[in-house]
Design a protein. Structure first.
Length: 101
């Protein structure tokens, strides 16, 4: 079992796509300063409790600041049967427009 890493320039084809949920694993303050469009915020520390609200029937794309936390989260969620991708390089490598708020 493994998950795919996607490059930051490839994330745009997933934004707003049905059956895809982009999840920002950073803390709420970081999320508010700018996040990938359509991403929801579930801080990594809350993921264990919040995963019960996530469907195994959609693609979950995790990202964090640099990519290391999203790799950990992806590995753990994959073991539980979720369909996962992780954003390689995290938000620091993303060059697209950010949403605020």
């Amino acid at each position: 079992m493994s998950f795919d890493n996607i490059r930051t320039n490839d994330i745009n084809r997933y934004i707003g796509r049905p059956g895809v949920l982009i999840i920002d694993l950073r803390d709420p303050q970081e999320y508010a300063t700018g996040h990938i469009p359509t991403a929801i915020n579930i801080p990594y520390e809350d993921l264990e409790e919040q995963k019960k609200n996530l469907s195994r029937n959609v693609l979950l794309i995790f990202y964090c600041d640099r990519g290391n936390i999203s790799l950990l989260a992806a590995r753990d969620m994959l073991k539980e049967g979720y369909h996962i991708k992780s954003l390689f390089g995290g938000l620091r490598d993303y060059r697209g427009i950010l949403e605020r708020g």
